[in-house]
Write a protein that binds this ligand. Structure first.
Ligand code: NAP
Ligand code: MG
Length: 515
């Protein structure tokens, strides 16, 4: 027996000992800057001469790690190695595989400050965001371990007279895991551990800005007793070797989280049966969002303003769940937007290694350039209320930026910017507000602030998003409480952290024996 699942508590950094432990871990990671990380294929480490330079976005002259970089040929080798390892791993008892995850969770708890420090330095996460990311990774390990045990139990079926009837959930095969950089530990751990605990073998291609954090996961799982060949670590440029992973005929599942454009490309490529392929590949694709918070005229405006600012600018707006559209009913529009602007102006921006900074850098120079180009578009599509600029510092620091009077069909109200840019729109009434909220190709998260039962119940039915929140922010989904996944072009609605998730990595086999 193991205890029922519980979410991992966050670290209380107001405790001096924990504050100090985090500072020391940051110093240790800084002391390791420049280290080399190899590929790991079929249990063998491989070093390539071409490397990914993982930079600190707060100071891009600092190289966090030099990471070997797979070519398409090495990607093929990794899928073939994972295919060879599948037979033995697939025959492990589900409970035995689950114990590997439980031990990995325990190890990650012990390495928590190190994991946080890596995310602070490699991904530019403020302390509390990094800590929440590690906690979520631990949650996924704990939750999917229990889920694997549940799916491993006898499943309820009707039994025919004179027969023994059973249904078993069995693994599928090689799973290619392709995470984004923005939850570099949580999402990487979630997709990888779900695939593994279900009995599949994995080729993990980490996002190029955050390969060192993914390597930490590989180390943790090895230390937890995962057989070496079962998890292949295969960093490389998605654009140059991703197709080799997805198209390989031995690839059975692709678990992807990232942008809509890449997700649609993967879905299309995976749909084409390759010579020698004997199955239809499964694609789990969780993609972007253009998430809205709707504030009704009967809302608690202070609560709403705080929730909007936290959802829009937490981790620099680089969350798929981030609030990038604020839709406010006419009567309270000016008061609410003024308050949001005031709160945004109070946000301190700077290197997140100093916990006084609430906002850190955006992830890369390319991301910064894209976001800045949207800031330019915003100047012609709306009224700039605050921000719009870059800090005079070497890191990729942008100001929290708010545009008001943005039309619902404006580009900055329709396209995912993935940075600290909020577009505000005025709605005549609640009907119009709901229509605007539903008026994009996405459908990931959303929130409504209102004290009206009738309005909330209407939104419960009509606000078409995978994760809907009332009178709270639209970020911060918790494993098991808020299974996560979007509608429409936000993805396949896989509901990570929920009871349906492991099913995506399993297939059901019915066996009937007549006596
Ligand atoms: P991205 O550019 O789509 O990249 C995601 C992953 O795909 C990376 O590992 C990337 O590798 C890889 N990739 C790129 N081209 C590929 C190809 N042709 N074949 C296979 N893999 C390929 O997204 P991102 O910038 O990392 O992450 C931000 C996006 O993720 C946003 O759109 C955000 O909304 C979304 N997101 C969604 C969720 C969700 O649950 N719905 C959660 C988090 C983030 P490289 O890094 O080497 O290019
Ligand atoms: Mg980096």
């Amino acid at each position: 027996m193991i205890a029922p699942f519980q979410n991992e508590p966050l670290t209380d950094f107001s405790r001096p000992d924990l504050h100090r432990a985090q500072m020391e871990a940051i110093a240790r990671v800084e002391a390791s800057f420049g280290r080399s990380i190899p590929l790991r294929i079929g249990g063998q480490e491989k070093t390539t001469s071409d490397v990914i330079l993982s930079l600190n976005p707060s100071n891009p002259s600092e190289v966090v790690a030099q990471v070997s970089k797979a070519t398409p040929e090495l990607a093929v080798e990794a899928v073939e190695a994972a295919h060879r390892a599948f037979g033995p791993w697939s025959r492990w008892e589900p409970a035995a595989r689950a114990r590997v995850l439980l031990r990995a969770a325990a190890i990650l708890r012990r390495r928590r400050f190190e994991a946080n420090a890596l995310m602070i330095l490699e991904a530019g996460k403020p302390w509390v965001e990094a800590d929440a990311d590690t906690a979520e990774a631990i949650d996924f390990l704990e939750f999917y371990a229990r889920e694997a045990m549940r799916y491993g139990e006898p499943q309820p079926v009707t039994t025919m007279p004179g027969e023994e009837d059973n249904l078993y959930y069995i693994p599928c095969g090689v799973t290619v895991v392709i995470p984004p950089w923005n939850f570099p530990l949580a999402i990487t751990t979630g997709m990888t551990s779900a695939a593994l605990v279900a009995g599949n073998t994995v080729v993990l291609k980490p996002a190029s800005p955050t390969p060192a954090i993914a390597w930490l996961l590989v180390e943790v799982l090895r230390e937890a007793g995962l057989p070496d060949e079962v998890l292949n670590y295969c960093p490389g440029s998605g654009g140059s070797m991703g197709d080799a992973l997805v198209a390989h005929p031995k690839t059975r599942i692709v678990a992807f989280t990232g942008s809509m454009a890449v997700g649609l490309h993967i879905n299309e490529l995976a749909a084409k049966a390759q010579p020698g392929q004997i199955w239809i590949k499964r694609v789990i694709a969780e993609m972007g969002g253009k998430d809205a918070i709707l504030v009704a005229d009967d809302a608690d405006l202070e609560e709403a303003a705080v929730g909007v600012v936290s959802s829009a600018f937490g981790y620099q707006g680089q969350k798929c769940s981030a609030c990038s559209r604020l839709i406010v009913m006419d009567q309270v529009h000016d008061a609410l937007v003024d308050r949001v602007v005031d709160l945004a102006r109070a946000i301190t921006v700077g290197p997140p290694k100093d916990p006084a900074h609430r906002m850190g850098p955006v992830i890369t120079d390319a991301a910064m350039a894209t976001i800045q180009s949207y800031m330019e578009v915003g100047r012609s599509e709306g009224r700039l209320r605050t921000g719009g600029g870059r800090l005079d510092a070497p890191g990729y620091f942008l100001e929290p930026t708010i545009f008001d009077d943005v039309a619902p069909q404006a580009r900055i109200a329709q396209e995912e910017i993935f940075g600290p840019v909020l577009a505000c729109t005025r709605a005549r009434d609640y009907d119009e507000a709901l229509a605007i909220a539903n008026g994009t190709v996405y459908g990931l998260t959303g929130a409504v602030y209102s004290r009206s039962r009738e309005r909330l119940e209407r939104a419960r039915r009509e606000f078409h998003v995978g994760n809907l929140y009332f009178n709270r922010k639209c970020t911060g989904a918790m494993v098991s409480a808020h299974p996560f996944g979007g509608f429409n072009l936000s993805g396949t609605d896989s509901k990570a952290g929920g009871r349906d998730y492991l099913l995506l990595f399993l297939q059901a086999k019915s066996v009937a024996e007549r006596f």
